[in-house]
Design a protein around this ligand. Structure first.
Ligand SMILES: Cc1ncc(COP(=O)(O)O)c(C=O)c1O
Length: 424
């Protein structure tokens, strides 16, 4: 039995009052708070072993390299990826956005004929298709839309059901023999809906397309296994999984990473560099990690991954399910509409809602005045909001430190919104 009250006590930031009320943090989909062990790991790295990795012959450099690679292995274990030397499937990035842009840039480079023979599988030309879903965060939508502009490929998307789930009933129509890339979110950052990715991945592979998963909102909340899912690439951020900001990870099947040409160029990614002929690049993951890496943050992200595994991803998922059940009661309040599935099935504790007649910024301030932090705006997912006929909404999102009482506090506060603003 996991003591979630004790887990909450590991988060120093939560022990404070906001506007005279105990802080209720329900904005973990934007960024999660950090447990003491993660904060300590980052600080202790600087106190004891700070040095550049994979360079220098001195002892501190050796120790920081070991710490960096051990962190990569812990993160790999969290998502069921390989970590053995020479078989690494985890690339360090600056975050999910950086990882997704890395892929789009590398595919663009392959389209220009860069890379080895195997890189041709990523090359796009006019007539080819890139498919995303309407549920995407802008960090999937925009890099792949740009890739389409640059290569002349056609940009297409899978639409949503009325309650905001990614449709799977028309995949043969949308994903065709001309589709080369399919990029879909694992969990909608607005709707909280878990995408039924299996048939999408199956269809993508049937037509020979590369499948990319945006795992930003799944890795912190669900047990994920990229091998079992059979995704080709997946990107996510450390700061949403109780780790530091400024760092993220890109998973790639080993053979995919080996075939992919580099996207960023510079130090620590090249075997041989010359003035008068082409450089010879390193094997993955180094090939994709140009420049000095955020070592302290990676080490702390490894601690976060281990901390999550110690609690147990199944336990985290079950705990957050009790919170989503409570948050969904927002939909019972007169004038409040949930944007996403109403039932507590195949969803996480991210619940976006519209308050009829009250602007989201007013809602946010009203709720904040009671010490409760939620997100308002379009959550970097404008097409999702258009699907619901809106341009912005309010979003509550849970983390492992939340209690049912937190969700109840929001629901109670939300009952007062429309009366306070005199909404018709
Ligand atoms: C589903 C999803 N994808 C991608 C991102 C981008 O993550 P980051 O801003 O950490 O790069 C986010 C962040 O909100 C997200 O929720």
């Amino acid at each position: 039995m996991v003591d979630f009250k004790a887990i909450r006590d590991e988060f120093p930031i939560l022990d404070q009052e906001i506007h005279g009320h105990p802080l209720v943090y329900l904005d973990s989909a934007a960024t999660s708070q950090k447990p003491e062990c993660v904060i300590d790991a980052e600080a202790n790295f600087y106190r004891t072993i700070n040095a550049g990795v994979h360079r220098g012959a001195h002892e501190l450099a050796a120790r920081s390299t070991v710490a960096f690679e051990e962190a990569r292995a812990k993160v790999a274990k969290l998502v069921g990826a390989n970590a053995a030397e020479g078989e690494e499937e985890i690339v360090v990035t600056g975050g999910a956005t950086a990882g997704l842009n890395l892929l789009a840039t590398a595919f663009g480079n392959a389209s220009l004929g860069r890379g080895e023979e195997a890189a041709k599988r990523f090359a796009l030309k006019p007539g080819d298709e890139i498919v995303v879903s309407r549920a995407e965060h802008h960090s999937v939508l925009l890099p792949f839309q740009e890739l389409a502009y640059r290569t002349g490929a056609t940009f297409k998307w899978i639409d949503l059901t009325e309650d905001g789930r990614v449709r799977t009933d028309n995949l043969e129509e949308v994903i065709t023999d001309r589709t080369k890339v399919v990029a879909v979110t694992h969990v909608g950052n607005t709707t909280g809906a878990i995408t039924n990715v299996a048939p999408i991945i199956k269809r993508a592979h049937e037509v020979g397309a590369v499948f990319i998963l945006d795992a930003c909102q799944s890795v912190p909340h669900l047990k994920v296994d990229f091998h079992a899912l059979d995704v080709d690439f997946a990107a996510w951020s450390a700061h949403k999984m109780y780790g530091p900001t400024g760092v993220g990870f890109l998973y790639g099947k080993r053979e995919m990473l080996e075939a992919l040409p580099p996207a960023n160029f510079g130090g620590s990614m090249v075997e041989l560099a010359y003035m008068d002929h082409e450089a010879q690049y390193m094997a993955p993951p180094a090939r994709f990690e140009a420049g000095t890496q955020p070592v302290a943050q990676v080490v702390a992200a490894g601690v976060a991954a281990e901390w999550m595994m110690n609690i147990g991803m199944e336990n985290i998922e079950a705990h957050e399910k009790t919170i989503s059940a409570e948050l969904l009661k927002l939909g019972d309040i007169n004038g409040i509409r949930i944007l996403g599935p109403r039932e507590n099935v195949d969803r996480i504790g991210t619940v976006a809602f519209d308050v009829k007649g009250v602007h989201p910024h007013d809602v946010g301030q009203f709720i904040d005045a009671q010490g409760i932090a939620i997100r308002v705006g379009h959550h970097c997912a404008q097409p999702v909001h258009r699907h619901f006929g809106l341009y912005a909404s309010n979003r509550a999102s849970s983390g492992v430190y939340n209690s049912v009482a937190d969700a109840q506090a929001l629901v109670e506060a939300a009952k007062g919104i429309r009366p306070f603003f005199g909404a018709e």
